[in-house]
Design a protein around this ligand. Structure first.
Ligand code: AMP
Ligand code: MG
Length: 410
């Protein structure tokens, strides 16, 4: 059994995942979903020239010279609230009261804000005055948002594969996309395995522990934009493992994810069960924690088996499963990007690519990383205390204090 680098193992896994199919959803349900088509603007935005202030639409030529000492008086010939559709056109010496967002009337080419005029009745429903004195000059275009200043009809405004953000939904609404083509969510069947596992609600018994991985992994799957189908716990026997794998296959998931049962003792029957209906590889990956990883296919569905130790399962998810889900989801940019942080103390490593739990905080303008607690792969508490995984590259045995390394903020 050869030792794979992390990159080699990840590449092998990723070669088995293609983006899922697409569906059309109501806009309101599209937050964080992955856009399946480029979005082309069907109209200009704003769709018409409009005022960016409450004030008076004017002809700039009428008020180019005015000051508070020599104001210009204009006849107010119209009142234009937002939502109205003015049909008038201003002549020289005329103005129209206008509200923010209301369409500009013909003939007008500037808006004078209400505070620069003699009109100071701000009460709701106050009628427009017959005349208004303008105290400040204006130039053509002032306080007007011209049609198309934000977006021109025919422009691509959102690219396929983008993960839709709240503001994207607003833009889609502005452009009238009430139904949106998105990739469907990848579906992941998840189970834990081991005779020692109790449910979270059970009292402790001698020799038993509670199944924590299914909670951590389910939340990671959902956080990565996928749907999780929790199948429970497989016991350390072929029938139990086979029953859960068959259930996953019936559910037609895109990925079967399990934790534990891949160490030497338990491994043989999992391998047997999977190979009765597919194939399975057992890899030793040059990483710490999380060295044993299994990858295979059961009834044509990709299967990833993570190690059982809670921190190994978490790291294995980040290293292998998150990128696989990103690829399945059709998304660009759902994988983690690393930041550079400075090690507060010397870190000794064993030459494997190591993912160490650390608390990163800003100190005097630099990001400083302090390792947390016990770094053993069963110690979940030190992961809880961490906000980052430091990545010590393969081949490195010692990182001196003060040196920078890559980190994932978790
Ligand atoms: P295994 O891969 O089955 O050898 O398990 C490795 C270690 O992880 C053992 O100490 C298991 O008890 C522990 N473990 C396995 N599954 C879980 C789980 N679902 N939650 C918490 N610990 C687990
Ligand atoms: Mg086990």
């Amino acid at each position: 059994m050869s030792l794979l680098s992390v990159d080699q193992a990840r590449e092998r896994i990723l070669s088995h995942f293609q983006p899922v199919t697409t569906e059309t959803l109501l806009l309101a349900g599209c937050s964080n979903r992955v856009l399946a088509q480029d979005i082309v603007a069907p109209n200009d935005l704003p769709p018409f020239d409009n005022s960016s202030m409450d004030g008076f639409a004017v002809r700039a030529a009428d008020v180019t010279e005015v000051t508070s000492d020599s104001p210009r008086s204009l006849r107010v010939v119209a009142d234009i609230p937002a939502g109205s559709h003015p049909t008038i056109s201003l002549s020289a010496g005329e103005a129209a009261r206008i509200m923010t967002g209301a369409p500009m009337p013909g003939g007008a080419d500037a808006v004078v804000p209400v505070e620069d005029t003699s009109f100071n009745d701000r009460d709701a429903g106050a009628p427009a005055p017959l005349e208004v004195r303008v105290f400040k000059s204006a130039k053509p275009g002032w306080n007007i948002r011209p049609r198309g200043m934000d977006i021109l009809s025919g422009e691509i405004v959102l690219n396929k594969k983008r993960i839709l953000k709240p503001q994207d939904l607003g833009l889609l609404a502005m452009l009238g996309f009430a139904n949106v083509p998105v990739f469907r969510k990848p579906r992941v069947a998840l189970f834990s395995s081991g005779d020692e596992l109790l449910p979270a609600e059970a009292p402790l018994e001698d020799g038993k522990i509670r199944d924590s991985n299914s909670y951590t992994l389910a939340a990671l799957i959902e956080g990565a934009g996928a749907e999780v189908l929790r199948l429970g716990v497989a016991r350390d026997n072929s029938d139990s493992v086979k029953a859960l794998l068959d259930k996953a296959a019936d559910l037609q998931v895109d990925l079967i994810l399990s934790s534990a049962g891949v160490s030497v003792g338990a491994f043989d029957f999992v391998k047997q069960v999977i190979e009765s209906n597919g194939s399975m590889d057992f890899w030793r990956v040059n990483m710490r924690p999380g060295k044993p990883v299994t990858f295979g296919e059961y009834k044509k569905i990709p299967f990833i088996g993570l190690p059982g130790n809670p921190v190994s399962a978490f790291v294995g998810f980040e290293v292998f499963v998150r990128p696989a889900l990103a690829q399945l989801s059709g998304a660009m940019g759902r994988s983690r990007s690393a930041v550079r942080v400075q090690c507060a103390e010397q870190i000794d490593s064993d030459g494997r690519e190591s993912y160490l739990r650390a608390q990163v905080q800003e100190e005097n303008g630099a990001l400083i990383a302090h390792l947390t607690g016990h770094q053993g792969s069963g110690n979940l508490h030190s992961l809880v205390q961490a906000n980052a995984l430091l990545i010590i590259p393969a081949g490195v045995k010692c990182v001196p204090a003060g040196q920078e390394v890559n980190a994932w903020l978790i």
